[in-house]
Design a protein around this ligand. Structure first.
Ligand SMILES: [Zn+2]
Length: 209
């Protein structure tokens, strides 16, 4: 990205294009902001965060859905809570309007189980590769958030990995409510429509207001 969005004011601490299918991680300090931009639209961004000072204090999807009035679709005003009910991050702006936290992430095992393809890296493998950089492993995994991923649930309880509804340039702004370790897998999935069968780059910008 050559120019920062004009509505971002403060000190930029990160401005990175995450390549299609790639991972990313960083500690975001309390009070810092983070914008994730779906540059080309229709790209799922799998996301996890932990209390940066206690990695056992991980994101809690179920408690986040229970506590927030925004329910199963995360959007502006949703606070992400940890298992210890530490407020981790809050969505402060959202041009897409719907983000998932029930669908979980793709993995090489799921790609084999559901689509009979061998050795196709998924978000779980991307997460674990980023987590390994700070000494974390499978025991530290948690159910994740999927920005820009649409998982409709019908009245009879069926859920679907629906075609993405995000547009090019859609973004979500997050405020860190604690020091958090944030990890992204720019979803590599090509076997279902969550990325429109075409994984594309996304932008992450973080700043101190
Ligand atoms: Zn994925």
């Amino acid at each position: 990205m050559t120019a920062l969005p004009p509505d971002i004011h403060g000190t930029i601490v990160e401005d990175t294009t995450i390549a299609a299918r790639a991972g990313w991680s960083r500690v975001i300090k309390k009070g810092e902001m983070m914008r994730i931009i779906d540059l080309h639209g229709k790209q799922a961004v799998d996301f996890l965060c932990w209390n940066a000072h206690d990695h056992e204090d991980r994101y809690a999807a179920a408690d986040t859905m229970k506590i927030n009035e925004t329910g199963i679709f995360l959007t502006t005003g949703t606070t992400f809570y940890s298992v210890g009910l530490t407020p981790l991050m809050t969505i402060t702006a959202d041009t897409c309007g719907s983000h998932d936290t029930i669908g979980g992430c793709c993995s090489a095992e799921l790609n084999k189980f559901r689509y009979d393809v061998d050795n196709q890296t998924g978000c779980r493998e991307n997460f674990l590769a980023e987590m390994a950089k700070v000494g974390m492993g499978k025991r530290d995994m948690a159910a994740n958030i999927n920005f820009f991923m649409y998982v409709p649930v019908s009245a009879d309880g069926q859920m679907d990995m629906g075609p993405s509804i995000s547009k090019p340039g859609d973004y979500v702004d997050l405020r860190a409510d604690s020091d958090v370790l944030a990890v992204i897998s720019n979803c590599p999935q090509i076997n279902n429509p969550v990325n429109d069968y075409n994984p594309t780059p996304v932008q992450v910008t973080a700043w101190q207001p």
